[in-house]
Design a protein around this ligand. Structure first.
Ligand code: B12
Length: 283
């Protein structure tokens, strides 16, 4: 069914005034000429009522600007569809119980922050015992065997370790995204997994502050997890993905593996416009 249009535009003071704030650096020293250049940048971006509200020196021969202006664009919010990771969710004890009941073994996961990226906090938040935001990490789950290789791990090395451990899932973290290095490394990992013959049978999770589910799917992963992800989301997702691959629960979306994914488009999950439904607390 065609959804009713919901036209929106940004606002700062009054609804629909179109006011936005942008900030950027210009490679010239701060001066009245530089300030005018900043205003021109905003106008060339299509803004009207431009106001340069701050100009600061940002190193030798560079200046930083904060500029206000009005945009006249609007968009139909209801026409936006974003693939979102949706999964059923059990509490900690219950998840351990259902894994034991349905799989009769521990789930093995191997994770790392790959490439030259030295940020360990993201992968640690998901895998380490302590976890994140009051949510236990995978190491804490008796039904998970979680092997965290840390940071600066070559994609091929992560794949080889996962293969040696017979991992159900590979957890990849990328925090640095300069020059799209996160995508480059993610592709290298998927290529290595294909070469080692474990692509089809392994679940691939991609996470990081600038990672989203859509990008992860495009790169050949099963799912993408961004900022605020809790380890319990990951623990539940992997369990359901294993069941699904075993044909135990039918779910709607195709993945790079040609199997159904535990993911559905957020927009169609929640036609009421409310938050996506987390299905039942119990099976
Ligand atoms: C702490 C930090 C560092 C520490 C890292 C310490 C450590 N042990 O990790 C140090 C000081 C070492 C560092 C170094 C650098 N940093 Co730094 N760093 C940060 C900082 C301040 C916080 C990052 C953080 O800890 N976040 C907290 C964690 C918990 O959040 P998260 O990573 O998003 O993880 C969550 C989700 O994304 C998700 N998730 C993440 N991974 C995964 C994986 C899976 C499988 C799943 C399911 C989920 C998941 O779950 C997590 C929990 O919800 C950020 C800026 C910021 N405020 O974000 C810059 C930042 C990330 N750093 C940055 C940069 C550029 C660097 C350096 C390259 C700087 C330099 N020129 O040397 C170096 C890295 C060098 C290298 N070889 O990698 C940039 C990255 C820019 C970009 N887009 O590429 C940032 C954004 C700062 C900035 N604004 O410029 N950094």
């Amino acid at each position: 069914m065609e959804k009713e249009k919901l036209l929106i535009r940004p606002y700062g003071d009054r609804k629909d005034d179109g006011v936005v704030q942008i900030s950027f650096v210009l490679p010239v020293p701060a001066s009245e000429q530089a300030k005018e250049a900043a205003a021109l940048v905003a106008k060339k971006l299509g803004l009207s009522h431009v106001l340069v509200s701050a100009m600061e020196k940002a190193g030798e021969d560079y200046s930083f600007f904060v500029v206000y202006g009005r945009t006249h664009m609007q968009l139909d919010f209801n026409a936006i569809e974003v693939p979102t990771v949706i999964h059923r969710k059990h509490g900690y004890d219950e998840l351990n119980e259902v894994i034991q009941r349905d799989l009769g073994r521990r789930i093995v996961v191997v994770g790392a922050c790959i490439g030259t990226d030295s940020h360990t906090t993201g992968i640690d938040a998901i895998m380490n015992m302590k976890g994140f935001a009051g949510d236990y990490g995978l190491e804490r789950y008796p039904q998970y065997r979680a092997i965290n290789l840390g940071s600066q791990v070559e994609p091929a090395a992560l794949v080889l370790r996962a293969k040696a451990e017979g991992a159900d899932a590979i957890l990849v973290s990328k925090v640095v995204t300069q020059r799209d290095v996160h995508k480059e490394d993610a592709r290298a990992l998927i290529d290595a997994a294909k070469q080692e013959g474990i692509f089809e049978k392994t679940i691939f999770l991609f996470g990081g502050p600038r990672v989203d589910h859509k990008t992860a799917l495009e790169l050949g992963f099963d799912a993408g997890f961004g900022p605020g992800t809790k380890p319990s989301d990951v623990a539940n997702y992997i369990y359901y993905r294993i069941l699904e691959r075993a044909g135990k629960i039918p779910l709607p979306q195709e993945t790079a593996h040609g199997t159904q994914d535990a993911t559905i488009a957020g927009a169609s999950v929640s036609p009421s416009g409310g938050p996506p439904e987390k299905l039942g607390e119990t099976l």
